[in-house]
Ligand binder design. Structure first.
Ligand code: SF4
Ligand code: SF4
Length: 146
């Protein structure tokens, strides 16, 4: 009989401890997000893949097609090409592709760009089993931001 009451006491004690912990954490700030419905805000220094920067005046890419980032990349994962338009002296950016499968996020491209035309994105949600999903058309992505 005493074993029976000891079991009830032990069960009640465990329940009280468990509920105590539950109530304690109910009152604390939430530190989890409902992924994939919610996404985290990445810290300022976070390095996602590079992305093109838009010129606020023209709404176009700031890139002047100098090719410095392409030359600075130790992994050869940037392909830049310009189009020569009639009546315009300078080339206009026609292609900017990043092969993110070989990018080490070293930052050489961002440092080499004297026009401030590329920066690290805050993107972290790129899970895929297909290699092609990591060949990123950055010019197209910039246009889709509009
Ligand atoms: S270094 Fe900058 S301006 Fe030059 S091609 Fe690269 S992104 Fe464009
Ligand atoms: S971060 Fe480094 S490896 Fe990646 S594209 Fe830029 S230069 Fe190349």
């Amino acid at each position: 009989m005493s074993g029976y009451f000891a079991e009830i006491f032990s069960g009640t004690k465990s329940l009280a401890i468990g509920m105590g912990i539950t109530f304690k954490y109910m009152l604390k700030p939430v530190v989890t997000v409902q992924y994939p419905y919610e996404t985290l805000k990445m810290p300022e220094r976070y390095r996602g893949h590079i992305e093109l920067v838009k010129d606020p005046e023209t709404g176009e890419a700031k890139c002047i097609v100098c090719g410095m980032c392409q030359r600075a990349c130790p992994s050869g994962c940037i392909t830049v090409a310009g189009d020569k338009r009639e009546g315009e002296k300078k080339k206009v950016l026609g292609k900017y592709v990043l092969n993110f499968t070989t990018c080490s996020l070293c930052g050489s491209c961002v440092e080499s760009c004297k026009s401030g035309a590329i920066k690290f994105s805050k993107e972290y949600n790129l899970a895929s089993t297909r290699k092609e999903d990591y060949i990123l058309d950055l010019l197209q992505r910039l246009k889709e931001q509009r």
